[in-house]
Design a protein around this ligand. Sequence first.
Ligand code: 13P
Length: 283
Amino acid sequence: MALVTTKQLLLDAQKGGYAVGAFNVENMEMVQAVVAAAEELKSPVIMQTTPSTVKYADLAYFYANVKTAAQKANVPVVMHLDHGNCFELAMQALRVGYTSIMIDGSHDSFEDNIAVTKAVVDACHPSDVPVEAELGKVGGKEDDLDGGEGGGYTVPSEALEFVNATGIDSLAVAIGTAHGVYKGVPKLDVNRLSEIREVVSIPLVLHGTSGVPDEAVRECIKRGICKVNYATDLRIAFTKGVQEVLQANPETIDPKKYNARGRDYVKQYVMEKIEVCKSVGKA
Ligand code: 13P
């Protein structure tokens, strides 16, 4: 199948009361793992890369990997730019062929966030590429993206104004999650999520989901989350596999040997999270 956009995928999820998992990929094996999990469970899936990932190897490398995976798959696959940190990067991703773009102006003022987000929407919509943006601050650190302490939760009335002013297709909300590894169990403000849902009709996105208890994620989906982002736990799963092989056989020199174990562990993790998102059989 050709790559698809998040537009219809998330609207279908919203209507059906489930979410689509969005998984950050760092290499070919992680791409293979995510698509294999989605195929086995007949689920749509989103793969995404952050600015630091595309700095490591440029957009075209990741795009080529995910496009190849999509072409070989018989489930819908999206290539999404996660946390696009400036207009220029969003445009590069659009030109390379990404089928969904996030612009993250959440660390700017409300007005500047609107301005950069609207500029990206105006540039992407003529090509039918949907745009995700963030309002409020999801804290924590992901790669070299530092969200700081977070704590700036999304204000429902601002969310409505933001969506109307920008024309975005989906909104990432700050309700108490953070990127990276949690120190304790995160406490989510799910009532705030419901309040946002009441005033904003577009699909809502949950960031910082690694380490969030599955039950809490299910509750968020019930209250309007249609896209759930997982990154840190995929890195942990992949690394665990590699470490296991190298610790047991330190003389191993073939990357295929240890990468394959990493790939297996990522696939296992992604299958679990697709179940949590309730998107099994929705492809
Ligand atoms: P985690 O790294 O906490 O899973 O967050 C992922 C994310 O929100 C990517 O945008």
